[in-house]
Design a binder for this molecule. Structure first.
Ligand code: B12
Length: 220
């Protein structure tokens, strides 16, 4: 990640525009190439996602979303170990965020994107993976630094599992220790209310903004 990033705005725009074009035209290999190039040129991950991929998706719809998620996963989440280490070191908040896809659901792309965006904001994230047992969320919620639990789910059929996690997290000493945010394509205001979650997010950026507010709150 280049330290000159701030002063290279025109250059960044060039790489960001390449990402937008690739996402618009649903060209998977160009997406991967453009994302890789932008990373190599020192464009921040958050700009790559927010100004590049998400803007490109306004035109290209669901297929673009799936391809872009795969491209991000290949280029940022799985490969760029150096970037992962850098993100892990640049903590901006006290308190950890635990994220995972709930038991019965193996969708990982959105959860992985949410996780990388949180890290790029300087959050310390523990990713439990997919098909996570409600008991495991509870176990991690007891860890001293854990303040937020993020649950991802894309299948409506797993709502009962979310309720299970919530009943484990909203009792005893955990009740005021951790806040819970729901994310993933199956979230809705109704499910957030029914499950008694503290919040839900329609996308990763909204989620990270909510979590940021929680972590900044000294009384939490
Ligand atoms: C790709 C995909 C798959 C892939 C998953 C690959 C992978 N590694 O993830 C595969 C092929 C494995 C798959 C399997 C199945 N799938 Co599927 N799948 C999809 C698809 C097409 C895209 C999902 C996706 O990755 N989107 C891209 C990501 C980036 O979006 P996202 O997950 O919403 O994440 C964003 C936000 O929601 C947010 N976010 C996500 N998680 C979190 C968490 C937190 C805490 C926060 C803050 C934010 C956040 O961040 C992301 C960026 O903003 C959707 C259709 C759709 N449009 O959603 C169907 C879909 C989710 N699948 C569906 C189904 C039914 C299945 C299967 C049951 C099919 C089958 N009969 O086998 C199986 C389920 C297997 C299982 N047990 O989980 C249905 C679910 C219907 C429902 N409401 O219940 C959908 C909606 C398709 C449909 N229209 O019917 N699927």
């Amino acid at each position: 990640m280049s330290l000159e990033y701030e002063s290279k705005t025109d250059n960044d725009n060039y790489y960001i525009n390449k990402i937008i074009d690739a996402v618009n035209t649903l060209d998977f290999f160009s997406m991967k190439e453009a994302i890789k190039e932008a990373i190599d040129m020192g464009v921040s991950i958050i700009d790559i996602i927010k100004k590049g991929v998400l803007v490109g998706l306004e035109e290209s719809g669901e297929m673009g979303l799936i391809l872009a998620a795969e491209a991000l996963e290949d280029e940022i989440i799985l490969k760029d170990e150096e970037e992962q280490i850098r993100l892990a070191k640049s903590r901006a908040y006290s308190g950890k965020v635990v994220i995972g896809t709930i038991k019965g659901d193996i969708h990982s792309l959105g959860k992985n994107i949410a996780s990388i965006i949180m890290k790029s904001y300087g959050m310390d994230v523990i990713d439990l993976g997919v098909d996570v047992n409600p008991k495991k969320f509870e176990e991690f919620a007891y860890l001293p630094e854990v303040k937020v639990i993020g649950i991802s789910f894309l299948l409506s059929s797993v709502e009962s599992r979310i309720k299970e996690v919530m009943s484990l997290l909203k009792k005893g000493e955990l009740k005021n220790k951790v806040k819970v945010i729901l994310g993933g394509a199956a979230v809705s205001p109704e499910i957030a209310i029914e499950t008694n979650a503290d919040a839900y997010a329609i996308d990763a950026i909204q989620g990270v903004n909510i979590i940021e507010e929680w972590l900044r709150n000294k009384n939490f």
